[in-house]
Structures are given as C-alpha cells and as structure tokens.
Write a protein that binds this ligand. Structure first.
Ligand code: ADP
Ligand code: ZN
Length: 620
C-alpha cells in the first residue's frame, strides 16, 4: 500500500487483538473514552446496525465510523465529497497506524491500481472514495466479492436538495441499500434541519434505522455579534486580542466574506498587515483551490479569507477563530461555519458582523432566486432566525440551540450577551415614533425613507409624497440615522415590524404593533445598537485552558513537530494536536509508559515518536 515511506505499512486485522470498541479507541487513537453519543453509535454499528448521526461540526463524527470499521472484519468504505478532506483523513489515520487509502478522480492511474490491489488483497481497513467513483458498476461488483465492514456516508446532507450543499452524485448512493442490505450503513451530517434529515433518510434507505442526535452545543466557542461599523478596524481588534501580548497568533483563522471580490480584497489587506492570508472562492481554478486548501491545512498561523465555498474539508483542529463579515443566510450554515473553530476543544471565537443592508440584501436574493415558493418561504424563515440571533438581547447560544431543537438550555456564559449583558432601555417612545411614521406614510416605504421622515430630511421623495406635512416629520431629529436603523432592526427582530419581502422591502407593522402604539406594551431596546458599538468583551472566563503559547517546553515540542511534519509533508496536527502537546508539556513524562497515558498518544504514535518526544523533553 502507499505509505509515507519511513514507516512500515501497518497490516489490518491482527487476529490476536481486542476488537472491543473502547480498546480500539485507546489503542489506536489514544483517547481514554468516547464523547457524547459516540459510544452508542459505535456499538450499534459494530454489531451490524445502520443509522444516521447528527452531530455538530467538531462533535467527533469520524470516530463513529472509524472505530466500528476497525472492530469489524473487512474494509470500511467511507464516502466523502472532497478530495482534500479524504487526503487529510487518510494521512491522519496512517499516522495512527491504520491501513487507509483514498480513491478519487485525481489519483494518478498507477496509484489507483495499487489501491485497488490492496483492496483486493484485504490489506485495507478504511477506503475513502468519492460518491461518483463508488457507484460505478465495476466498483460495486468488486465490493460484492469482498468483506465490507461498513459504509459511511460523510457530509450526508449533500444528498438532499434542501441541504445547502446539494451534490447530484450523492443521489446515486441510494443503490447501497439495495445492493448491500446486510452491511451497516451510517450517514453522518452536522445539519439538523428536520426536512433535510428526513430527506437523507429517505434517499439512503434509512427510514427504519435510528437517528443519533448528539448535543449540538459547542461550549468552547465564544459567540459574539456586532453591527458592522468599520469592519477592518473590528477585525484588527480581534486579531490583536488573538495574538496576545507576544504578538503571535497560533493556529488558524477564517474570515467569511459575502463575495468573491471581498475575499480577495480582505486577504490582500491582511497580507499588507504582515499576516499569512489566503483567499478561497468558487471562482478559482481547481488547482489554486487545492493549493489554498493545502496551505491552510499546513500553515502555522494562517488566515483564510473565503466565501462559503470554503467549508467541507477543513479538518484542522486548531482553527482559533471564525469571523463573518456579512450576515449568513441561516443559523444552520452559520453554525456549520463557526463549528470549524475549536475542534480541539480549546477556547475559540466566532464573531459575526452584520449590517441592516445585509438583511435587505438577503431577502432580495431569496426573492430573485428561481426557487419554488415553498423553498423561498423556508429560506425567509431561516434568514429571520439568523437576524434574531444577530439582534439578540438574550443569550445568543440559547436562541441558536433552539433552532436545532434544543429548547431547554440555560444561558451559556460564553457569548457576548452573557458576558456583558447589553444595557436595555425603555425604547417605547422611539418605537411609537417609528411605527407611526410607518403608518402615516401608508406602509409603502422601506427603512431609508421612513428614517428620512423621522429625521426631517427634505428629500425628493419626501417632497413628492408631501411627507413633510405629516405630524411625524422631523420628530426623530434627536436620534442619528444609524440609530434609527438600529431601532428598525430591533423592531423587526422582535416581530413588531415586518419587512414586506414579497414587494420592495417596505416596513409593515404586525399585530404586535398595536399594543405598543397604544402604550400598553413596553419595548426594550439595546442601548449600544442605538448608540455606538459595544466595546469588545473581556476575555476572562473562557472554558478550557488555552494552549500555553510561549511556554518553552510547549514551543520546543512544536518546533520538533514542525520539522517532523515537514519531513513527511503532512499537516502538523496529524502528528500530534496542540492539545496533546500541551498535555505533554505539563505532564513532562519521563518514560514511554508515562507518555502513552496521555490522551492523543495511541500505540502507533508512541512507537513512532515516543523516543523523539522524550529526547525533546530531556533537552529543555
Ligand atoms: P466532526 O467530523 O464531527 O466535525 P471530528 O471527527 O473531526 O469532528 O472530531 C473533532 C475533534 O475531536 C478531532 O480533533 C478529534 O480528534 C476529537 N475527538 C473526537 N472524539 C474524541 C474523543 N472521544 N476523545 C477525544 N477527542 C476526540
Ligand atoms: Zn450566552
């Protein structure tokens, strides 16, 4: 089998070794225990069951199929939509001594032949394969004659048109249920939208099988949102905080941008600031994309400025922060994107910057899209849910988790609202002024014109409709344009005003507006949205201890890891994750036995690197 050359290939199925899931977990992966619902899934699949796993990004889906594949006889077939993703997972598995390989269209002829030969000889435990390759008749026939441990369909939402990454090739996977009815099939996704979930089950023939829904919370990710005022200054502030007093950022960061051009411009000015910044979007040549993926996976403190095209295939556990410069189109896509931060469980950050224009633009895009009315309605609901999170005056994570069906969570303590609760003030009078301006102008205008009326601006439009003669004309001079827009957004977020997206985005009062106008219902508004933006919250109180950047033992281990990764040309984290190095630096093991006790040090890694690590420790 192809291997990294320096280490002997590892043969599958040692007949004398335990296939108990917990033993496999600790022997191969070096983890002391399963997380969340992993164990339940692993036992179910290891004993021949099929099912669907819903877990957030970074929740630990890979082990749900990797461990049972190692517990069962035969090869585990993993369907994965992205070549970069396959390659990184295969590299990581080989580091752990697992005989793994990938089969896809970019593989040189000779290498595919070797992989197929290994497959035939029973020399593979895990084979990653692209969906279009798997469903070729020739490939299915081959598998008919082999022991197959299981089929895993990763990123299973690609099968659904409702999902946000529909891939027609995934549709063909329905054939697996017919051709291999006795082989376990496990679909995995981070999407929890009920419609998508049912579609996946139907497409993949999993209606009768259990759905394992992991907790969707990712408590180590701090969530923050703020109106976009000066996005570069806001991004720089975050970068400064991430760099800390030493001025060096560790790990990686992602800046999601609304357009391709913006991703390139942002990368350019960040490079001007001396950062290793890359751009990624769907308009790039596939070679350039693959190169960017690789540089991101391997770079030490790299920033990726990307459109949402950059997503699947980011396996790096040490993405420390994700910033959105534009409003995402749904909580599902936002959560998937920010979920790429902090997979290693160490503190990570997600910052969302948004403007009122984003909301209008998002709504406009939905209207202009060729989607069916039903689909548009769903997308509008999703966008509204996203706006509610952005404008939240209560714990943002609570609102987010509610979107995923988790209704009973206490305030999280790790979002900006929890950490520095917004000061609310009684904004009833402002709300009444705005509502009455909306009503008196005849519910026919968008926020721009309504604000002009409130501020008493004699624009052409105001003159044309004689709105300067309304009693509300100029009653809101004491509040700035920006602040009035903030009031409008919050009234929309609180459901007092609606935006008539079917037409031209005009503001329309809802039933909830009547008690407000009559003075029977108070409206609380966020002070800082009506005034300036809030200062960045203090960084104290994050769960988990950060990687001990600057600690000499930790740094020495990182230097060693860097040269080892370069020598093997693999991403550094597949050798050891930061988290593992941090534990080693703290525990300072003196023997291989002690080193082997540390989480993340499995048997193969101990054999390969144990002596080198002990030497590094002895040298500092
Ligand atoms: P997903 O595919 O759900 O996004 P991964 O499978 O990539 O998530 O796992 C995310 C991270 O969590 C990885 O760095 C992995 O090593 C770690 N991890 C997963 N399960 C465990 C476990 N039981 N114990 C320790 N670390 C784990
Ligand atoms: Zn919170």
């Amino acid at each position: 089998m192809p291997d990294d050359g320096r280490f002997p290939p590892v043969m599958p199925d040692h007949p004398d070794e335990s296939t108990n899931p917990l033993d496999v977990l600790s022997r191969v992966f070096g983890h002391p225990g399963f997380r969340g619902r992993q164990e339940e899934v692993v036992r179910h699949v290891a004993s021949g069951g099929s099912g669907l796993v819903l877990m957030p990004t970074g929740g630990g889906k890979s082990l749900c199929f990797q461990v049972p594949a190692l517990c069962r006889p035969g090869v585990g077939i993993v369907v994965s939509p992205l070549i970069a993703l396959m390659e990184d997972q295969v590299a990581a598995l080989r580091q752990q001594g697992v005989a793994a390989a990938a089969l896809h269209s970019d593989l040189p002829e000779g290498e595919s032949r070797t992989v197929l030969r290994d497959l035939h000889n029973g020399d593979l435990k895990l084979l990653y394969v692209s969906p279009e390759r798997l469903v070729l008749e020739g490939m299915l026939n081959r598998l008919d004659s082999l022991p197959v441990a299981l089929f895993a369909v990763d990123e299973a939402h690609c099968v659904s048109q409702w999902g946000h990454h529909f891939r027609p090739e995934y549709r063909g996977l329905g054939v697996l249920a017919e051709r291999f009815p006795r082989t376990p099939r496990l679909a995995l996704t981070a999407t929890a939208d009920p419609r998508t979930v049912e579609d996946i089950r139907r497409q993949l023939g999993l209606q009768e099988d259990p759905v394992f829904r992991g907790g969707f919370d990712r408590p180590n990710i701090r969530i923050e949102a703020a109106p976009r005022e000066q996005e570069r200054a806001q991004l720089r502030a975050l970068l400064r905080e991430e760099a800390g007093p030493k001025g060096a950022m560790t790990g990686a960061g992602i800046v999601y941008c609304g357009t391709r051009a913006k991703s390139e411009q942002t990368a350019e000015w960040l490079r001007g600031d001396g950062l290793d910044a890359l751009a990624f979007h769907a308009g790039m040549e596939s070679d350039a994309k693959r190169d960017a993926h690789r540089r991101f996976a391997r770079g030490d403190s790299v920033v990726m400025c990307a459109t949402i095209a950059f997503g699947m295939g980011i396996d790096r556990p040490d993405v420390r922060w994700v910033v959105h410069l534009d409003l995402p189109k749904s909580p599902e896509s936002w959560y998937q994107e920010i979920g790429r931060a902090g997979r290693d469980g160490l503190p990570a950050r997600a910052l969302l910057l948004y403007g009122a224009g984003d909301i209008a633009l998002g709504r406009h895009r939905i209207e202009e899209s060729p989607a069916a009315p039903e689909q548009k309605r769903i997308e509008r609901q999703r966008l509204d849910a996203m706006v509610a999170i952005a404008e939240a005056a209560t714990c943002r994570r609570q609102i987010l988790l509610r979107c995923f069906g988790e209704a009973e969570c206490p305030p999280c303590g790790n979002c900006d609202v929890c950490l520095s609760p917004p000061r609310l003030f009684d904004g009833t009078v402002a709300a009444q002024k705005m509502l009455s301006a909306v009503l008196r102008t005849g519910r026919r205008f968008g926020v721009g014109h309504v604000v002009d009326v409130l501020r008493g601006k004699l624009t052409d439009k105001v003159a044309q409709f004689a709105h300067d003669r309304l009693p509300t004309f100029g009653v809101g001079k004491d509040i700035s344009d920006t602040a009035w827009r903030g009031v409008a957004r919050q009234l929309v977020a609180q459901g007092v005003l609606d935006v008539a997206i079917e037409n031209h985005g005009e503001l329309v009062p809802t039933d909830a507006a009547r008690p407000v106008l009559k003075g029977e219902q108070k409206v609380m508004l966020r002070e800082e949205l009506v005034r300036a933006a809030a200062p960045a919250p203090a960084r104290a109180g994050r769960p988990g201890s950060p990687a001990p950047v600057g600690d000499s033992v930790f740094e020495a281990l990182r230097d060693w890891r860097r040269s080892e990764a370069q020598a093997q040309s693999v991403p550094a984290y597949v050798i050891f994750q930061d988290r593992t190095l941090a534990e080693i630096a703290t525990a300072r093991p003196r023997s291989l036995d002690q080193l082997g006790q540390i989480a993340g040090v499995g048997r193969t890694k101990l054999e390969r690197y144990g002596d080198a690590v002990l030497r590094v420790l002895a040298g500092v």
